[in-house]
Design a protein around this ligand. Structure first.
Ligand SMILES: Cc1cc2nc3c(=O)[nH]c(=O)nc-3n(C[C@H](O)[C@H](O)[C@H](O)COP(=O)(O)OP(=O)(O)OC[C@H]3O[C@@H](n4cnc5c(N)ncnc54)[C@H](O)[C@@H]3O)c2cc1C
Length: 338
């Protein structure tokens, strides 16, 4: 394993923010990870996957461990289901494509989500009506303090909306090395109820879709809607969609009859943060090198050369505006890194 000094992280975060780390190690196996975790210089290291869910605020004073553990295989199977095991360093979308090529269903709606496999359980990635927790079997993590290896079953992970135990009680305690998913080999359960997917399948002339068709539809929708980080620095949705009391949602709907909302249960309603940001006047508006994207107001964009602080200041500007207009506090989905 090579350890490098003074490494630029510009290529390692999808915002394209230019910051450095004093020490950088790339690990390609659990053993290499255990070795580097024993090195006292890496005690408080930032664990980095694809850097698509982090905002690096400034030059880091701490090292970085980049996770590049490869490998995808079927671990166990029956006639109907298969457990697929993937290394934390596998590109998430490559895993989705591998599963589709092997006719394994369950993660087709999660096509094209950037980042690596190891980060997927951290925030319980989700899109178009499916979340990682729907197919999660278990995950292996290495303890950062004593290098112990632990298997996390679904019930250990406390999965929630873009949330898990790894963002809360176990924050910075374990590094995920392997993820195992429980997928279908036959009778795939398709999730087509999300707006846009059915319509796109119709446009593609498909009436009885396969998992491959669903993945293609998702890819089409995402490509049309979301800016590609290689050309426009971003980390996808910057904020979580707020969940508010039904009374509160009803008050807003009285003033804005077109307010979109999704009922969570008989007490709470989810309101799209992008809509709140648009109503607050920030959609497509630029402030220097930063702004909220013109097609998707939830996406904070670096139009070129913005610093982490400039991006965060803009995020706070948006949060303040949404709060003063709607009395709703937006919460960042992206991890802020000092
Ligand atoms: C254009 C775009 C679209 C997106 N769309 C979606 C979407 O539809 N749905 C969605 O859920 N997300 C979406 N995201 C967010 C992002 O893709 C996911 O959060 C992804 O899982 C992050 O993976 P990563 O490898 O880049 O993580 P990183 O950004 O590298 O890390 C994220 C966090 O996880 C920690 N971490 C990373 N790897 C490990 C590991 N192996 N063990 C322990 N901790 C680790 C890091 O320390 C950090 O705190 C989008 C991002 C972009 C840029």
């Amino acid at each position: 394993m090579e350890i490098k000094k003074q490494v630029s992280l510009t290529q390692f975060n999808t915002f394209g923010v230019s910051v450095n780390t004093p020490l950088f190690a790339e690990v390609r196996s659990s053993l290499e990870l255990q070795e580097v975790l024993k090195d006292p210089r890496f005690e408080d290291a930032l664990i980095l996957g694809g850097g698509s869910n982090v905002l690096l605020l400034q030059d880091l004073s701490r090292p970085v461990i980049k996770i590049s553990i490869p490998g995808i295989r079927i671990m166990e199977e029956t006639e109907q289901t298969a457990i697929v095991s993937a290394g934390a360093g596998v590109v998430w979308h490559d895993l989705v494509m591998w599963c589709i090529a092997n006719n394994l269903g369950g993660i087709e709606n999660l096509s094209l989500i950037p980042g690596l496999v190891g980060a997927a359980p951290i925030q319980n990635i989700g899109a178009y009506g499916v979340e990682l927790s729907d197919v999660f079997h278990n995950a292996i993590g290495i303890g950062r303090k004593i290098g112990d290896s632990k298997i996390f079953e679904a019930e250990d992970c406390e999965f929630g909306y873009r949330d898990s135990i790894f963002k809360n009680e176990l924050k910075d305690e374990y590094v995920i090395t392997t993820l195992r998913l429980s997928l279908t080999k036959t009778q795939h359960q398709l999730h087509l109820d999300y707006r846009g997917i059915m319509q796109t399948l119709d446009e593609m002339g498909i009436n009885t879709p396969t998992i491959d068709d669903v993945a293609k539809a998702v890819i089409r929708v995402r490509t049309a809607k979301l800016p590609e980080p290689k050309s426009l620095g971003n980390a996808g949705s910057f904020f979580k969609n707020p969940v508010v009391l039904k009374d509160k949602a009803a008050q807003i709907a009285e003033l804005y009859s077109d307010m979109p909302s999704y009922s969570i249960n008989n007490q709470f309603t989810k309101i799209p943060a992008g809509w709140l940001i648009e109503q607050s006047g920030f959609k497509g508006k630029t402030f220097g090198n930063v702004g909220m994207h013109k097609n998707q107001a939830l996406v904070l964009v670096n139009y070129g050369g913005a610093t982490g602080v400039e991006l965060w200041e803009h995020a706070q500007r948006v949060m303040d505006a949404v709060f003063s207009t709607f009395d709703i506090e937006l919460e960042p989905e992206v991890n802020l890194i000092n």
